[in-house]
Design a protein around this ligand. Structure first.
Ligand code: TRH
Length: 400
């Protein structure tokens, strides 16, 4: 007989602070939508920067004190260093916590809300959703409890990850079907190209390029320009588009801009709502991604990908990069694909180290092998279950 959960969880508060860029809100927004749409739960998402959020969710009204979008209730809030204790107390006065409360990426919860959680009976499930990492210690820390020093509350650490014993990765139930539809439907592909504002170039390698400003980009653009294969590089409007346009000596990097030289065509595509970003990845033969959420999406796309990891001052990001590479390389090495493993590592290292020139022709030669390996990799990741469903089960079974 299946074991009954200790407690049904039907409603969520998710707290998000936008540190920079779109990764924090990207993860929280995806999780919130999934809990609302796939699980039918009530979700209230607290976000401290609605302007950044609106890039991913263009329907958002950044002035609204409360709104419902995609089935999720959205409320603004401020961190303790952004508003006074009195303002925060007034904002949360009378707000009853939901069954589960997520503080994402260790953003501290407001004192008034925490006190309300402590007064609840039963207590809400309290989760700190952590950043994703492939480092081995994640498995030991996933699910760890941390009792509050004063209040009768216990916080649990929930780690996304790539191995059994972690929380897995966010993956919507319909994702595989949607991907197959785009891949097998010329009409859907044609419609997507129209939305992007360009047409496919016959015989060109299609590359999507989402990255931070990157010291290795000029060398890569030069190799694409001078290489034997035509390259059609689709760059979402933003940092990389700006850098590419400067490299071409062009004036603008708005969506619709296009630059050409030798065998390279760079086209700036619109920064789309989050639900549509995957389509760009599915369309391309190679995807450059960054941060956390786009990195995960590239894996579900099942196409070769290059990760520009979020840089940290103490170079901790290189440890994370290598931890992921070690897992991914293991796959390749098991099937004897040593050159593909080495080419990938070398390329990722140059892409993430200032001033090193990435070796495009070496990576190019390995794309078919890397494509097959990524497809296999994403299939095996699915066995970990989807993070949202894992989180629901975790809260229901562990938190009394
Ligand atoms: O934007 P990122 O670099 O985000 C981060 C944050 O900087 C954060 O502070 C850091 O801790 C974290 O990385 C590791 O990269 P990421 O995570 O890929 O987020 C980008 C989001 O933007 C992702 O949800 C996909 C979305 N997106 C769109 O919605 N439309 C688009 O057109 C594109 C290109 C991306």
């Amino acid at each position: 007989m299946p074991t009954q959960p200790d407690r049904a969880i039907r409603s969520w508060d998710i707290f998000c602070t936008v540190i920079d860029n779109y990764g924090d809100i990207g993860v929280c927004w995806r999780l919130a939508r999934q809990l609302a749409q796939e699980h039918g739960h009530a979700v209230r998402l607290w976000v401290d920067d609605l302007t950044s959020f609106a890039r991913l969710a263009p329907g958002l009204d950044i002035a609204a004190p409360e709104q419902v979008l995609a089935g999720v209730t959205i409320r603004p809030w401020r961190r303790a260093d952004q508003e006074s204790a009195e303002e925060s107390a007034a904002r949360f006065a009378g707000v009853a916590p939901h069954d589960a409360v997520i503080e994402s990426f260790a953003c501290d919860l407001p004192a008034t809300f925490l006190a309300a959680m402590a007064a609840c009976e039963p207590k809400p499930a309290w989760i700190n959703l952590e950043y994703m990492s492939a480092e081995p210690w994640v498995r030991e820390h996933h699910g760890m409890a941390s009792p509050h020093p004063r209040l009768p509350l216990v916080k649990y650490f929930f780690f996304p990850g790539f191995e059994p014993g972690t929380g897995g990765l966010l993956r919507e139930a319909m994702l595989g079907m949607q991907r197959e539809h785009l891949r097998t439907s010329p009409a859907a592909q044609a419609a997507l190209w129209r939305r992007l504002g360009f047409q496919p170039i016959d015989g060109a390698i299609k590359v999507s390029l989402f990255a931070y400003a990157n010291a290795a980009l000029p060398a890569l653009l030069a190799q694409w320009r001078d290489g034997p294969d035509p390259v059609q590089c689709l760059v979402p409007a933003g940092l990389a588009a700006q850098q590419a346009s400067e490299w071409f000596g062009a004036a603008g990097s708005m969506a619709g801009s296009a630059f050409e030289c030798g065998n390279l065509t760079v086209q700036v595509v619109p920064f789309v709502r989050q639900e549509h970003y995957d389509e760009l990845l599915w369309l391309c033969d190679l995807n450059f991604v960054r941060g956390e959420d786009s990195f995960v999406r590239a894996q579900w796309a099942g196409r070769p990908f290059v990760w520009h990891i979020y840089p940290q001052s103490d170079a901790a990001h290189m440890v994370k990069l290598d931890a992921f590479l070690a897992l991914f390389r293991h796959r390749l090495e098991q099937s004897g694909q040593i050159e593909a493993a080495n080419a990938l590592s070398a390329f990722w290292h140059s892409w993430n180290k200032d001033g090193e020139s990435p070796d495009w022709s070496r990576l190019r030669a390995c794309l078919p092998v890397l494509g097959a390996a990524t497809e296999q990799w994403q299939r095996s990741l699915q066995h970990l279950g989807d993070l949202a469903a894992n989180l629901v089960a975790f809260c229901e079974n562990r938190v009394k």
